[in-house]
Ligand binder design. Structure first.
Ligand SMILES: CC(C)(COP(=O)(O)OP(=O)(O)OC[C@H]1O[C@@H](n2cnc3c(N)ncnc32)[C@H](O)[C@@H]1OP(=O)(O)O)[C@@H](O)C(=O)NCCC(=O)NCCS
Length: 321
Protein backbone atom coordinates (compact mmCIF):
# COMPACT_ATOMS: atom_id res chain seq x y z
CA UNK A 1 0.00 0.00 0.00
CA UNK A 2 1.45 3.33 -1.06
CA UNK A 3 0.73 6.00 1.60
CA UNK A 4 1.74 9.59 0.79
CA UNK A 5 1.30 12.44 3.26
CA UNK A 6 0.99 16.01 1.97
CA UNK A 7 -0.69 19.34 2.80
CA UNK A 8 -4.51 19.26 2.65
CA UNK A 9 -5.76 21.46 -0.18
CA UNK A 10 -8.98 23.38 -0.67
CA UNK A 11 -10.27 20.99 -3.33
CA UNK A 12 -9.91 18.08 -0.82
CA UNK A 13 -12.30 19.63 1.70
CA UNK A 14 -15.54 18.00 0.49
CA UNK A 15 -14.08 14.50 0.51
CA UNK A 16 -12.14 15.11 3.75
CA UNK A 17 -15.42 16.19 5.37
CA UNK A 18 -17.17 13.02 4.15
CA UNK A 19 -14.34 10.80 5.47
CA UNK A 20 -14.47 12.64 8.81
CA UNK A 21 -18.22 12.09 9.27
CA UNK A 22 -18.21 8.45 8.17
CA UNK A 23 -15.16 7.62 10.32
CA UNK A 24 -16.59 9.04 13.55
CA UNK A 25 -20.18 8.03 12.74
CA UNK A 26 -19.04 4.45 12.16
CA UNK A 27 -16.84 4.34 15.25
CA UNK A 28 -19.68 5.43 17.52
CA UNK A 29 -22.16 3.12 15.76
CA UNK A 30 -24.53 5.56 14.07
CA UNK A 31 -27.05 3.94 11.70
CA UNK A 32 -26.25 6.62 9.09
CA UNK A 33 -22.67 7.68 9.80
CA UNK A 34 -22.73 10.40 7.14
CA UNK A 35 -24.95 12.46 9.45
CA UNK A 36 -22.31 12.60 12.21
CA UNK A 37 -21.89 16.13 13.61
CA UNK A 38 -25.05 17.41 11.87
CA UNK A 39 -24.52 20.76 10.21
CA UNK A 40 -21.44 21.63 12.26
CA UNK A 41 -18.17 22.06 10.38
CA UNK A 42 -14.80 20.91 11.69
CA UNK A 43 -12.90 20.42 8.45
CA UNK A 44 -13.25 23.51 6.24
CA UNK A 45 -13.19 25.87 9.23
CA UNK A 46 -9.95 24.36 10.57
CA UNK A 47 -8.37 24.36 7.13
CA UNK A 48 -9.17 28.07 6.72
CA UNK A 49 -7.83 28.78 10.20
CA UNK A 50 -4.37 27.47 9.33
CA UNK A 51 -3.92 25.61 6.01
CA UNK A 52 -0.23 25.12 6.82
CA UNK A 53 -1.22 22.86 9.74
CA UNK A 54 -3.72 20.69 7.81
CA UNK A 55 -2.51 17.42 6.32
CA UNK A 56 -3.85 14.77 3.99
CA UNK A 57 -2.91 11.15 3.37
CA UNK A 58 -3.35 9.63 -0.06
CA UNK A 59 -3.43 5.89 -0.62
CA UNK A 60 -2.83 4.90 -4.21
CA UNK A 61 -3.59 8.47 -5.26
CA UNK A 62 -6.97 8.73 -3.46
CA UNK A 63 -7.62 10.81 -0.34
CA UNK A 64 -7.49 8.46 2.66
CA UNK A 65 -7.66 10.79 5.65
CA UNK A 66 -6.80 14.12 7.21
CA UNK A 67 -5.60 15.77 10.38
CA UNK A 68 -5.33 19.31 11.75
CA UNK A 69 -2.83 20.74 14.24
CA UNK A 70 -3.43 23.87 16.31
CA UNK A 71 -0.80 26.30 17.57
CA UNK A 72 -1.77 27.86 20.88
CA UNK A 73 1.68 29.31 21.59
CA UNK A 74 3.42 27.07 24.11
CA UNK A 75 0.50 24.61 23.81
CA UNK A 76 -0.35 22.53 20.75
CA UNK A 77 -3.04 20.00 20.05
CA UNK A 78 -4.42 18.11 17.09
CA UNK A 79 -7.70 16.83 15.74
CA UNK A 80 -9.87 15.77 14.18
CA UNK A 81 -7.77 12.86 12.86
CA UNK A 82 -9.78 10.64 10.54
CA UNK A 83 -9.01 7.81 8.15
CA UNK A 84 -11.26 6.32 5.46
CA UNK A 85 -13.21 3.43 6.95
CA UNK A 86 -11.91 0.78 4.51
CA UNK A 87 -8.30 1.65 5.40
CA UNK A 88 -8.31 1.47 9.20
CA UNK A 89 -5.47 -0.39 10.93
CA UNK A 90 -3.10 -0.17 8.00
CA UNK A 91 -0.81 2.58 9.23
CA UNK A 92 -2.50 5.65 7.68
CA UNK A 93 -3.32 7.29 11.03
CA UNK A 94 0.26 6.80 12.19
CA UNK A 95 1.64 8.43 9.02
CA UNK A 96 -0.74 11.39 9.40
CA UNK A 97 0.63 12.07 12.87
CA UNK A 98 4.20 12.53 11.61
CA UNK A 99 3.69 16.04 10.10
CA UNK A 100 1.71 17.01 13.21
CA UNK A 101 4.72 16.17 15.40
CA UNK A 102 6.89 18.19 12.99
CA UNK A 103 4.55 21.17 13.48
CA UNK A 104 4.99 20.92 17.26
CA UNK A 105 8.77 20.85 16.83
CA UNK A 106 8.73 23.81 14.42
CA UNK A 107 6.41 25.85 16.65
CA UNK A 108 8.43 25.12 19.79
CA UNK A 109 5.34 23.59 21.44
CA UNK A 110 6.18 22.89 25.08
CA UNK A 111 2.98 21.09 26.02
CA UNK A 112 1.05 19.03 23.47
CA UNK A 113 -2.27 17.31 23.94
CA UNK A 114 -5.28 15.63 22.40
CA UNK A 115 -8.74 14.38 23.28
CA UNK A 116 -9.68 10.79 22.52
CA UNK A 117 -11.97 7.87 23.28
CA UNK A 118 -11.02 6.67 26.77
CA UNK A 119 -12.55 3.26 26.12
CA UNK A 120 -10.47 2.52 23.00
CA UNK A 121 -7.20 0.61 23.58
CA UNK A 122 -6.35 1.28 19.94
CA UNK A 123 -6.60 5.06 20.25
CA UNK A 124 -4.63 5.22 23.49
CA UNK A 125 -1.92 2.93 22.06
CA UNK A 126 -1.67 4.91 18.81
CA UNK A 127 -1.05 8.18 20.64
CA UNK A 128 1.19 6.60 23.29
CA UNK A 129 3.49 5.62 20.45
CA UNK A 130 4.03 9.38 19.88
CA UNK A 131 4.79 10.07 23.54
CA UNK A 132 1.30 11.10 24.77
CA UNK A 133 0.03 9.80 28.09
CA UNK A 134 -3.61 9.59 29.29
CA UNK A 135 -4.51 11.72 32.32
CA UNK A 136 -7.91 13.00 33.52
CA UNK A 137 -11.20 12.66 31.67
CA UNK A 138 -12.54 15.63 29.74
CA UNK A 139 -16.29 16.18 29.97
CA UNK A 140 -18.14 17.74 27.04
CA UNK A 141 -20.99 19.39 28.90
CA UNK A 142 -24.25 20.84 27.66
CA UNK A 143 -26.87 23.18 29.02
CA UNK A 144 -30.18 23.89 27.32
CA UNK A 145 -30.89 27.42 26.06
CA UNK A 146 -30.02 29.46 29.14
CA UNK A 147 -32.86 31.82 30.01
CA UNK A 148 -34.29 34.86 28.36
CA UNK A 149 -32.72 36.76 25.53
CA UNK A 150 -31.19 39.31 27.84
CA UNK A 151 -29.14 41.08 25.18
CA UNK A 152 -32.15 41.61 22.97
CA UNK A 153 -34.33 42.84 25.83
CA UNK A 154 -31.67 45.01 27.44
CA UNK A 155 -29.45 46.67 24.86
CA UNK A 156 -26.95 47.81 27.48
CA UNK A 157 -26.68 44.38 29.16
CA UNK A 158 -23.17 44.02 27.82
CA UNK A 159 -22.15 47.32 29.32
CA UNK A 160 -23.48 46.25 32.72
CA UNK A 161 -21.45 43.08 32.55
CA UNK A 162 -18.48 44.94 31.15
CA UNK A 163 -18.17 42.29 28.44
CA UNK A 164 -16.84 43.34 25.06
CA UNK A 165 -17.45 41.47 21.85
CA UNK A 166 -14.34 41.20 19.74
CA UNK A 167 -16.52 41.62 16.63
CA UNK A 168 -17.34 45.15 17.82
CA UNK A 169 -13.71 46.18 18.33
CA UNK A 170 -12.41 48.58 15.66
CA UNK A 171 -9.86 46.95 13.36
CA UNK A 172 -7.13 49.31 14.59
CA UNK A 173 -7.73 48.29 18.21
CA UNK A 174 -7.85 44.52 17.70
CA UNK A 175 -4.10 44.09 18.23
CA UNK A 176 -4.41 45.78 21.61
CA UNK A 177 -7.25 43.43 22.66
CA UNK A 178 -5.40 40.35 21.40
CA UNK A 179 -2.40 41.44 23.47
CA UNK A 180 -4.65 41.76 26.54
CA UNK A 181 -5.95 38.21 26.01
CA UNK A 182 -2.39 36.94 25.53
CA UNK A 183 -1.34 38.57 28.78
CA UNK A 184 -4.24 36.80 30.57
CA UNK A 185 -3.65 33.36 29.02
CA UNK A 186 0.06 33.67 29.78
CA UNK A 187 -0.91 33.80 33.45
CA UNK A 188 -3.02 30.65 33.00
CA UNK A 189 -0.12 28.78 31.40
CA UNK A 190 3.15 30.43 30.40
CA UNK A 191 3.13 31.14 26.68
CA UNK A 192 -0.48 30.03 26.07
CA UNK A 193 -1.82 32.09 23.15
CA UNK A 194 -5.19 31.38 21.51
CA UNK A 195 -5.03 34.34 19.08
CA UNK A 196 -5.26 31.99 16.11
CA UNK A 197 -8.77 30.96 17.17
CA UNK A 198 -9.90 34.49 18.05
CA UNK A 199 -8.80 35.64 14.60
CA UNK A 200 -10.43 32.63 12.92
CA UNK A 201 -13.76 33.27 14.64
CA UNK A 202 -13.63 36.92 13.54
CA UNK A 203 -12.44 36.33 9.97
CA UNK A 204 -14.77 33.41 9.25
CA UNK A 205 -17.68 34.86 11.28
CA UNK A 206 -17.95 31.66 13.30
CA UNK A 207 -19.35 33.33 16.42
CA UNK A 208 -17.65 35.82 18.72
CA UNK A 209 -15.02 36.26 21.39
CA UNK A 210 -16.36 37.69 24.65
CA UNK A 211 -14.04 39.76 26.84
CA UNK A 212 -14.97 40.25 30.49
CA UNK A 213 -13.51 43.23 32.41
CA UNK A 214 -13.08 44.39 35.94
CA UNK A 215 -12.60 48.13 35.53
CA UNK A 216 -9.88 48.26 32.90
CA UNK A 217 -8.45 44.83 33.67
CA UNK A 218 -9.37 41.90 31.45
CA UNK A 219 -10.47 39.11 33.82
CA UNK A 220 -11.95 36.59 31.41
CA UNK A 221 -12.27 35.55 27.81
CA UNK A 222 -14.50 33.12 25.90
CA UNK A 223 -14.06 32.14 22.26
CA UNK A 224 -17.46 30.97 21.04
CA UNK A 225 -18.65 29.24 17.90
CA UNK A 226 -22.36 29.56 17.17
CA UNK A 227 -24.69 28.07 14.61
CA UNK A 228 -24.50 26.01 11.43
CA UNK A 229 -21.20 25.79 9.55
CA UNK A 230 -19.15 26.24 12.74
CA UNK A 231 -17.93 23.76 15.34
CA UNK A 232 -21.20 24.39 17.23
CA UNK A 233 -23.89 23.50 14.67
CA UNK A 234 -27.48 24.75 14.56
CA UNK A 235 -29.07 25.65 17.86
CA UNK A 236 -25.80 25.55 19.78
CA UNK A 237 -23.08 27.81 21.10
CA UNK A 238 -19.82 25.93 21.59
CA UNK A 239 -17.17 27.44 23.82
CA UNK A 240 -13.94 26.45 22.15
CA UNK A 241 -11.79 28.19 24.74
CA UNK A 242 -12.49 30.22 27.84
CA UNK A 243 -10.41 31.24 30.80
CA UNK A 244 -10.61 33.37 33.91
CA UNK A 245 -7.60 35.23 35.23
CA UNK A 246 -5.96 33.11 37.96
CA UNK A 247 -5.81 34.27 41.58
CA UNK A 248 -7.92 34.39 44.71
CA UNK A 249 -11.09 35.47 42.84
CA UNK A 250 -10.64 33.15 39.88
CA UNK A 251 -13.75 31.09 40.68
CA UNK A 252 -15.96 34.21 40.76
CA UNK A 253 -14.38 35.47 37.54
CA UNK A 254 -15.07 32.13 35.91
CA UNK A 255 -18.75 32.51 36.85
CA UNK A 256 -18.73 35.91 35.13
CA UNK A 257 -17.24 34.37 32.01
CA UNK A 258 -20.00 31.74 31.99
CA UNK A 259 -22.59 34.49 32.62
CA UNK A 260 -21.34 36.28 29.49
CA UNK A 261 -21.42 33.05 27.47
CA UNK A 262 -24.96 32.28 28.61
CA UNK A 263 -26.15 35.79 27.74
CA UNK A 264 -24.60 35.44 24.31
CA UNK A 265 -26.29 32.03 23.85
CA UNK A 266 -29.51 33.25 25.45
CA UNK A 267 -29.76 36.08 22.93
CA UNK A 268 -29.70 33.44 20.20
CA UNK A 269 -31.88 30.92 22.08
CA UNK A 270 -29.17 28.29 21.69
CA UNK A 271 -27.83 25.68 24.05
CA UNK A 272 -24.27 25.93 25.35
CA UNK A 273 -21.66 23.19 24.89
CA UNK A 274 -18.28 23.36 26.58
CA UNK A 275 -15.47 20.99 27.48
CA UNK A 276 -13.78 20.92 30.87
CA UNK A 277 -11.04 18.53 31.91
CA UNK A 278 -11.79 17.02 35.31
CA UNK A 279 -8.31 18.00 36.46
CA UNK A 280 -9.74 21.56 36.54
CA UNK A 281 -11.76 20.43 39.48
CA UNK A 282 -13.43 23.60 40.71
CA UNK A 283 -14.23 24.80 37.17
CA UNK A 284 -15.88 21.44 36.47
CA UNK A 285 -17.86 21.49 39.73
CA UNK A 286 -19.02 25.04 39.07
CA UNK A 287 -20.27 24.06 35.62
CA UNK A 288 -22.20 21.15 37.18
CA UNK A 289 -23.68 23.49 39.78
CA UNK A 290 -24.86 25.81 36.97
CA UNK A 291 -26.81 22.96 35.37
CA UNK A 292 -24.35 21.72 32.77
CA UNK A 293 -24.58 17.95 32.24
CA UNK A 294 -21.94 15.74 30.68
CA UNK A 295 -23.03 14.62 27.23
CA UNK A 296 -19.82 12.94 26.10
CA UNK A 297 -16.59 12.18 27.89
CA UNK A 298 -13.16 11.34 26.64
CA UNK A 299 -9.65 11.36 27.98
CA UNK A 300 -7.00 14.04 27.60
CA UNK A 301 -3.58 12.73 26.61
CA UNK A 302 -0.56 14.93 27.29
CA UNK A 303 3.02 15.14 26.11
CA UNK A 304 4.88 15.42 28.44
CA UNK A 305 2.90 13.58 31.11
CA UNK A 306 2.28 16.76 33.13
CA UNK A 307 -0.87 18.67 34.03
CA UNK A 308 -0.42 21.65 31.71
CA UNK A 309 -3.51 23.77 32.47
CA UNK A 310 -5.50 20.76 33.73
CA UNK A 311 -5.13 21.43 37.46
CA UNK A 312 -7.49 22.52 40.27
CA UNK A 313 -6.56 26.21 40.07
CA UNK A 314 -7.14 26.46 36.32
CA UNK A 315 -10.47 28.02 35.38
CA UNK A 316 -10.34 27.02 31.75
CA UNK A 317 -12.75 25.68 29.14
CA UNK A 318 -11.00 23.75 26.36
CA UNK A 319 -11.37 20.17 25.25
CA UNK A 320 -8.76 19.86 22.47
CA UNK A 321 -11.17 18.16 20.04
C1 LIG B 1 -8.31 6.44 14.90
C2 LIG B 1 -7.90 6.39 13.45
C3 LIG B 1 -7.61 7.78 12.95
C4 LIG B 1 -6.62 5.57 13.40
O1 LIG B 1 -6.19 5.46 12.08
P1 LIG B 1 -5.65 4.06 11.52
O2 LIG B 1 -5.12 4.32 10.16
O3 LIG B 1 -6.71 3.04 11.69
O4 LIG B 1 -4.46 3.78 12.56
P2 LIG B 1 -3.08 3.03 12.31
O5 LIG B 1 -3.32 1.80 11.53
O6 LIG B 1 -2.06 3.99 11.79
O7 LIG B 1 -2.63 2.74 13.79
C5 LIG B 1 -3.44 1.99 14.65
C6 LIG B 1 -2.51 1.39 15.68
O8 LIG B 1 -3.31 0.86 16.73
C7 LIG B 1 -2.94 -0.50 16.93
N1 LIG B 1 -4.11 -1.17 17.48
C8 LIG B 1 -5.23 -1.54 16.84
N2 LIG B 1 -6.07 -2.12 17.71
C9 LIG B 1 -5.45 -2.10 18.92
C10 LIG B 1 -5.81 -2.56 20.21
N3 LIG B 1 -6.98 -3.13 20.45
N4 LIG B 1 -4.94 -2.36 21.21
C11 LIG B 1 -3.74 -1.76 20.99
N5 LIG B 1 -3.36 -1.32 19.78
C12 LIG B 1 -4.21 -1.49 18.75
C13 LIG B 1 -2.52 -0.97 15.59
O9 LIG B 1 -1.75 -2.13 15.67
C14 LIG B 1 -1.72 0.23 15.11
O10 LIG B 1 -0.45 0.28 15.75
P3 LIG B 1 0.88 -0.19 14.99
O11 LIG B 1 1.01 0.78 13.86
O12 LIG B 1 1.92 -0.05 16.01
O13 LIG B 1 0.61 -1.59 14.54
C15 LIG B 1 -8.99 5.73 12.55
O14 LIG B 1 -9.24 4.43 13.03
C16 LIG B 1 -10.29 6.49 12.50
O15 LIG B 1 -10.50 7.30 11.61
N6 LIG B 1 -11.21 6.23 13.48
C17 LIG B 1 -12.47 6.93 13.58
C18 LIG B 1 -12.28 8.39 13.94
C19 LIG B 1 -11.44 8.53 15.18
O16 LIG B 1 -11.63 7.84 16.16
N7 LIG B 1 -10.49 9.49 15.14
C20 LIG B 1 -9.59 9.74 16.23
C21 LIG B 1 -10.25 10.43 17.33
S1 LIG B 1 -9.14 10.86 18.62
Amino acid sequence: MNIAVRPLREHDLGEADRIFRVAFGTFIGMPDPTTFAGDSDWIATRWRTDPSAAFAADVDGQLAGSVFATNWGSVGFFGPLTVRRDLWNRGVGRRLLEPVMECFTRWGTRHAGLYTFAESPKHVALYQRFGFYPRFLTAIMMKAAPGAAVDAATPDANADLRATRFSEVAADDQGHYLAAVRELTDEVFAGLDVSVDIRAVAAQRLGDTLLVWDDSELVGVAVCHAGAGTEAGSGACYVKFAAARPGADAGARFERVLDAVERYAGARSTSVALGINLGREDAYRRALARGYATAIQGVAMHRPNAHGFDHPDAYVVADWR
